[in-house]
Design a protein around this ligand. Sequence first.
Ligand code: SF4
Ligand code: SF4
Length: 264
Amino acid sequence: MDEKRRNFLKITGACVLGVSLLPALKVSAAKKVTEEKGPTYKAHPKALHGKRWAMVVDVKRCQEQNKKGECRKCIEACHSLHNVPTIPNEKEIKWIWKDNFEHSFPGTAHEYVPEDFHEGPFILLCNHCSNPACVRVCPTKATFQRADGIVMMDHHRCIGCRYCMAGCPFGARSFNWRDPKLYLTQLNYDYPIRRRGVVEKCTFCDERLGEGLLPACVEACPAKALIFGDLDDPSSEVRRILSKRLSLRRKLEVGTQPNVYYLV
Ligand code: SF4
Ligand code: SF4
């Protein structure tokens, strides 16, 4: 065989091989693209959708319920559902808690608010601020804000630097100095347990909203003192109440724009 013919056969052979491999390559490339897209997520048909979730706390109702005996139903419901450990003293982990007037509204409420408003206690939780300082300072994006305003935590991304704790002016975040598992008497196997060295906080029960349920604290309150809804929906209960009653938000002067309101 002469040189020219040998080269010709080499080229045509490579072309034939190339042509026959093409569909296979196309299939594997298409498969790769599909794999890279990952599994598709189908939302629960009853999932609650909002543009700006908010909580309204009817302080009077809360106080009345509290006078009947120390009411902790909202705290217990939240903490048992989310595997929040009970650790005494300064290592405490809290998603929702009670505090007095001075700690809840330092410098925000004027001295002429109704006297009984001062009595407290006040139910406190993460404010899911519209301008969250915690999100701005987190170097790993472990804390981030969803389109509906909920400020979330990705515990796998959290490196435990606690910048978000320093950034939050409301003390709404807790750090797991210890292994939380050791301080849980009851376990909810449907909710993840955090590990030592990460920060955690309230998520407005994002997992329940996704199933069409209201936050656990709202559902558990016997006095219906907690009202949850979408601020961007003019027909929502939160909008109706806020347009009729006077309300306060915590530490407005720091500019985070909290989305938890306290009816005076
Ligand atoms: S209350 Fe604190 S933790 Fe919650 S969103 Fe606002 S700044 Fe972040
Ligand atoms: S909204 Fe959910 S996570 Fe937040 S305090 Fe209430 S029960 Fe806890």
